[in-house]
Write a protein that binds this ligand. Structure first.
Ligand code: HEC
Length: 147
């Protein structure tokens, strides 16, 4: 009986972990959607106006501080192959992983300022910098692309 209860608990934990993997992938996709909307504003596509682009940049700033909490132990690609692209190095070098967050936030604050200015060349340059120095600084060492 105890073994059965223990197994049930283990399955429950696995489901919690899969739920958080889904939540983090959805959150990452939301950041990607925010990026796309800002890029559409720059190109004058998709009917995205300046206020919407600004709201998307502010959405990025609300997401950034939550990112580390989406990576509990035991949710790497070694634990859930094919379901997550989170490399085990995230948990081996947690300080390096978390250090990206303030850099990302700094770039996103500059992105908000650029969008407020309305200068599309400046917004484009800052969107690129945010992707490279923020998102990319974490993806390059810590993310494996899922096929
Ligand atoms: C501190 C690390 C970190 C930062 C910062 C970060 N990401 Fe990610 N991102 C990851 C990891 C790790 C994965 C893989 C997650 C998984 O598969 O569970 C990922 C996955 C993704 C995915 C793929 C989601 C999917 O499953 O299809 C997108 C899109 C994405 N990130 C966009 C962004 C954007 C845009 C930014 C910047 C605004 C960003 N990320 C910032 C670590 C980060």
């Amino acid at each position: 009986m105890a073994a059965v209860i223990g197994l049930g608990a283990a399955i429950g934990v696995a489901q919690d972990k899969e739920a958080i993997i889904k939540e983090r992938r959805d959150t990452m996709k939301r950041q990607g959607d925010d990026f796309k909307a800002i890029a559409d504003f720059i190109k004058g596509e998709g009917g995205v106006d300046q206020a919407t682009a600004l709201a998307k940049a502010q959405d990025l700033l609300t997401i950034a501080p939550k990112i580390p909490s989406l990576f509990p132990a035991g949710t790497s690609l070694a634990d859930f192959p094919g379901k997550t692209g989170a490399k085990p190095d995230i948990w081996k070098e947690p300080d390096k992983f978390k250090a990206v967050i303030p850099v990302l936030e700094g770039e996103e604050h500059k992105l908000v300022d650029a969008i407020k200015s309305g200068d599309k060349a400046a917004i484009g340059a800052q969107l690129g910098a945010t992707g490279k120095n923020g998102c990319g600084a974490c993806h390059t060492p810590f993310r494996e692309k899922l096929t």
